[in-house]
Design a protein around this ligand. Structure first.
Ligand code: SF4
Length: 369
């Protein structure tokens, strides 16, 4: 796919309204809709314009806040399907996620839904999400989505509070029959600022663990952790003559979680499914906020233009920052790394840590030759 011409995913933050107040929320969601969110007519126009990315239009990921709180959701999804945009929903698990609303989405042609699960235990997940009983409700909702025929994705934000439960979460992902597990590595934006990121060594440990988890029948994708592609490339290379922990100098987080993964799921059973399309913030990924401002990604708060004034196709193709991101014009280690095109580092984390979106990603430990 030519990412200079079109993204593969467009995330539209349809609203900031949400009944939850998660500790790491990027959107800093609030109980009521913001007065400046795109209106129905502006949303319909945005959808029509996104279809002009064709001939292979991006998947429109409708997120929030809680997308189910948009009262015009049916109208918006119907328009997206009419102009042949594939639609994925990323709702919150709240009482608004009803069977009738989900059936309506299914009828309209929504094929996939993602839900967030941030722990393998109720205490961890609910400690992060802030709602008692939310763990059981999320597991029940995942099973329910599968029973309705949706392709299901589990989203997990990895942080110090839940890194010791990743193998357990992988087992839940398999148990609910999810097609994919998307693991987000924290960036210090939004309410994520107060959360504790993993160290470089722990990120490396998690990357190897995720590669191993991708052998159990579901795909593993990462957000703001593109260096996992470097690890996947290494692990898919020549067979190892020693255990991965020794071959790659991995730490206790990997050793414990890798053992637990095998205890819970048995020996690896399938070929790895670790996504390798070389996307990153602004390359294959595009984000439109509730108020129409376009960004390279939801975690990179650099405004590119507003879809109230400019078409999203022009913003994505022509903005100088996105051109530089797609051309891998990076500084520091990312600029001289042999993985700079397939990986390229998290542009959001580079910006959050240095103020320069083209700087190196400090969460990656790799030192290029
Ligand atoms: S140095 Fe940068 S480009 Fe290379 S693997 Fe690390 S994050 Fe990716």
């Amino acid at each position: 796919m030519n990412f200079d011409q079109a993204p593969i995913l467009v995330f539209w933050e349809t609203t900031r309204a949400c009944q939850l107040a998660c500790r790491h929320c990027r959107a800093e969601a609030m109980p009521a809709p913001s007065p400046d969110e795109l209106s129905t007519s502006e949303g319909l126009r945005l959808i029509e314009q996104l279809a002009r990315f064709g001939p292979r239009p991006p998947v429109l990921v409708m997120t929030g806040g809680d997308v189910m709180s948009r009262s015009d959701l049916v109208e918006l999804v119907a328009m997206a399907r009419q102009v042949e945009l594939p639609v994925a929903l990323a709702p919150s698990v709240t009482p608004a996620l009803t069977s009738s609303s989900l059936l309506e989405m299914r009828r309209l042609g929504v094929s996939s839904v993602s839900l967030s699960l941030d722990g393998a235990t109720a205490s961890t997940h609910e400690g992060i999400r802030g709602v008692p009983g939310h763990f059981g409700e999320t597991i029940a909702a995942l099973h329910h989505l599968r029973s309705l025929g949706f392709k299901v994705q589990v989203n997990t934000a990895v942080m110090l509070a839940n890194a010791g439960e990743l193998a357990g979460i992988a087992a839940i992902v398999k148990d609910v029959g999810a097609a994919s597990w998307e693991v987000f590595f924290l960036v210090q934006v939004g309410r994520g600022r107060g959360q504790q990121e993993l160290s470089g060594q722990e990120n490396e440990d998690v990357a190897h663990l995720l590669f191993e988890a991708s052998h159990y029948g579901f795909a593993v994708r990462t957000v703001e952790g593109p260096w996992c592609r470097r690890v996947a490339a290494w692990r898919k290379g020549a067979p190892l003559t020693t255990a991965p922990a020794d071959a790659f100098g991995l730490g206790p987080l990997y050793r414990r979680q890798s053992c637990l993964l095998r205890e819970l799921l048995g020996p690896p059973a399938r070929p790895p499914q670790m996504a390798s399309a070389g996307t990153r913030d602004g390359k294959g990924i595009f984000f439109v906020a509730h108020d129409g401002w376009a960004y390279p990604a939801g975690f990179l708060p650099l405004r590119l233009g507003n879809v109230r004034d400019e078409g999203p196709v022009g913003i994505y193709r022509d903005h100088p920052l996105l051109r530089a991101v797609r051309a891998a014009e990076f500084g520091g280690r990312c600029g001289r790394c042999e993985f700079r095109d397939d990986c390229g580092g998290s542009r959001a984390r580079a910006f959050a840590s240095s103020g320069d979106p083209l700087a190196e990603d400090p969460a990656c430990t790799y030192i290029p030759a």
